[in-house]
Design a protein around this ligand. Structure first.
Ligand SMILES: NC(=O)c1ccc[n+]([C@@H]2O[C@H](COP(=O)([O-])OP(=O)(O)OC[C@H]3O[C@@H](n4cnc5c(N)ncnc54)[C@H](OP(=O)(O)O)[C@@H]3O)[C@@H](O)[C@H]2O)c1
Length: 327
């Protein structure tokens, strides 16, 4: 089969279009003909050798896929050849064929097209779990979402709105990215590349109350500043370090204010508690199929042009999801 391979750690140029063997199917595996996959920020970190759990080169990158079941292992029940599914494959998804454990394969309705299906597994389930299960967001709460125009950001805004957020504030690094966050339901969007202290603006926008939930995928000073606009009883969920910088918190800033800093990784959940994903997948597929959440697809590339797709995400100009079309 054809696949995009990370041939060495480095920039987008290390992504090469190569012939690779089709993966073997174990008793609990599902073989899927991939129709589309997506670029996740973790793919860039993996390519650079900075993603926890990533392999050493050569490896096929990619975390999620949409396609048709071709074959199921001897112990698989409930899935059959011909079904349209989304999946979290065992190997990389930048390939014509993938295998995934049956617990990480979810049938999709016919109304969901391939590009939308490929857009939703990582960002849909992560955004939903962050708000619903980790932050335990309640109706009427205020939410701050960093990188609000990106894949996670555009999806999380919509889930926060569906879950009854009273106020949603986003951050972006470019003026032109404000519009998409606003169009999806953000009440205010701050350009944190220009604003010296975005948390002061958040405090103004919330009339001094601060926000109840922060979704922080940035790290460094953005994480640290976020704590200064987190309300009493608020929850900051740290789930990515796009800045490449660690942030520092003081435990003394937490207990008296009843605030919490939480962490989440869908990768760790997939590896260690895969059973947590099914309820989230059901909720996300339902929200997408019924129109409550509309996956934002900002760009499409043929799979073999994955390097260009990575460059686009790394430029920080991309919005929504970047799809790699395979089938
Ligand atoms: N824990 C999990 O399970 C999990 C799952 C999925 C994603 N994530 C994390 O969530 C974040 C978003 O992922 P995504 O795939 O949806 O990507 P994305 O948001 O579509 O793209 C990444 C965005 O991060 C922002 N960013 C901030 N600092 C950056 C930097 N130094 N270099 C590049 N980008 C930077 C950029 O937006 P602005 O320039 O507007 O800030 C950029 O558009 C990533 O940090 C990712 O690792 C975590």
């Amino acid at each position: 089969m054809k696949a995009v391979v990370v041939t060495a750690l480095g920039g987008p140029e290390v992504l090469q279009w190569e012939e690779r063997p089709r993966p073997d199917v174990g008793p609990r595996d599902v073989l899927i003909r991939v129709m589309a996959t997506s670029v996740n920020f973790a793919d860039i970190k993996a390519r650079e050798g900075r993603y926890h759990g990533a392999s050493l080169p050569p490896f096929i990158p990619g975390l999620d896929a949409a396609g048709t079941v071709e074959q199921v292992g001897s112990q698989v029940t409930g899935l059959a050849p011909g079904m349209r599914v989304i999946a979290f494959p065992s190997g990389g998804s930048y390939a014509e064929w993938v295998v995934a454990p049956d617990a990480l394969v979810f049938p999709i309705p016919d109304s969901v097209d391939w590009d939308v299906a490929a857009a939703l597994p990582i960002v849909g389930l992560t955004a939903y779990k962050l708000l619903h299960d980790i932050a335990r967001m309640e109706s009427g709460e205020r939410v701050l979402i960093h990188a609000a125009a990106g894949g996670i950001g555009t999806t999380a805004i919509q889930f926060a709105r569906l879950m009854g957020a009273a106020q949603i504030i986003g951050t972006v690094s470019r003026e032109e990215k404000k519009a998409i966050a606003r169009s999806l339901g953000a009440d205010a969007v701050i350009n944190y590349a220009e604003e010296q202290d975005f948390s002061a603006v958040v405090n103004e926008l919330t009339e001094g109350r601060g926000v109840d939930v922060v979704l922080d995928s940035i790290g460094g000073t953005v994480s640290e500043q976020s704590l200064t606009c987190l309300a009493p009883f608020g929850r900051l969920v740290h789930f990515g370090s796009a800045s490449g910088q660690p942030g520092q918190f003081r435990v003394g800033d937490l207990h008296a204010s009843c605030r919490a800093v939480l962490g989440f990784s869908l990768g760790t959940a997939r590896a260690q508690r895969p059973y947590l994903l099914k309820p989230a997948a059901d909720a996300v597929l339902d929200a997408v199929a019924t129109g409550g959440v509309s996956m934002q697809i900002g760009a499409r590339y043929p799979l073999r042009e994955a390097a260009a797709a990575h460059r686009w995400m790394e430029s920080r100009a991309s919005t929504g999801k970047i799809i790699l079309q395979v089938g």
